[in-house]
Design a protein around this ligand. Structure first.
Ligand SMILES: [Zn+2]
Length: 300
């Protein structure tokens, strides 16, 4: 069976090409996956919008209602970085539903990936930093509520710290949150994860992979995890507009191999989400995101 991939054409909310958020990376990622032979009909699963009941496990009820009703206060929209109209609202629910579906597929098949997700700056009370709903936090709480998992590990390697995930899951002892990120990056005020590793500006492949290689065995020594959510943000790349770190494409591939290989060798299901990536060269950016799927397909 090929790698199970969750997607939806409406992950792309159709922003202007010059918007700070490179929305066109979603259709271009699908194009890249098709070109690599990874997006056949037996591989693709269509995301459904997350219902309010799931979203309210992680987010304040009034904020969920505001997003669904497209009535988010302007002050919060400014923190998110775009207005929440009907397409953004639908996109946020689809991306979240997509991560829940990918998690279920990972539990069934060992590994699955969403072509969106990793919206880790969305906190319980509201969205922020291009993140409307926190898909990984919602999916974790859905699995716990349904009894599909008891011990969950979040490995967040997006270059930005996973403040929203830490905020939502800080009081949930059944989820361990790990974030490795650039020390000087957004958010300025970080919310402590269960484990945070902050890297200096300019960290390259060798130092990055060495640090990661020491931490993964420590994480799996803690508990027998029922599932790992892996945020494979590619904004650690040297050519990322926001990242401040200096990984190469080979470094990205080695990182994904290290994480996925580590947990799959122990038979632990892995749910991959794409996380952040910011570049004006959007085809190159989409190719960076495609690396997660290339690596994951080797474990399907
Ligand atoms: Zn990021």
């Amino acid at each position: 069976m090929p790698l199970q991939i969750v997607h939806h054409p409406d992950y792309d909310a159709g922003f202007a090409a010059n918007h700070r958020f490179p929305m066109s990376k979603y259709p271009l990622l699908m194009e890249a996956l098709r070109a690599r032979g990874l997006a056949g009909p037996d591989a693709l699963n269509t995301a459904a919008p997350a219902p309010a009941s799931w979203l309210k496990l992680a987010h304040a009820a009034d904020y969920v209602d505001q997003v669904i009703g497209c009535s988010v206060p302007e002050k919060i929209e400014r923190e998110i970085g775009f207005p929440v109209g009907p397409r953004v609202s639908l996109r946020a629910r689809l991306a979240t539903g997509g991560t829940v579906l990918a998690a279920r597929l990972a539990l069934r098949h060992g590994i699955a990936c969403n072509t969106a997700g990793g919206s880790h700056h969305a906190r319980r009370a509201q969205g922020a930093g291009f993140c409307t709903f926190n898909d990984v936090a919602v999916a974790s709480l859905v699995l716990l509520t349904e009894g599909a998992a008891q011990n969950i590990l979040v490995v967040d390697l997006d270059v930005h710290q996973g403040d929203g995930t830490a905020d939502i899951l800080g009081n949930e002892p059944r989820v361990f949150t790990f974030s490795m990120h650039g020390e000087r990056n957004y958010p300025v005020r970080k919310i402590a994860s269960d484990l945070d590793i902050a890297l200096p500006d300019g960290t390259g492949d060798a130092a990055y992979l060495e640090r990661l290689g020491t931490i993964l065995p420590e994480l799996s020594a803690q508990l027998r995890w029922d599932i790992v959510f892996y945020n494979a943000g590619v904004d650690v790349h040297a050519e990322d507009r926001l990242g401040r770190l200096a990984l190469s494409n080979d470094g990205l591939r080695a990182r994904d191999e290290m994480v996925i290989g580590h947990f799959r060798a122990q038979g632990i299901p892995v749910c991959g989400v794409i996380g952040g990536g910011y570049s004006t060269d959007v085809p190159a950016l989409a190719a960076r995101h495609a690396l997660l799927f290339e690596v994951a397909s080797g474990y399907a």
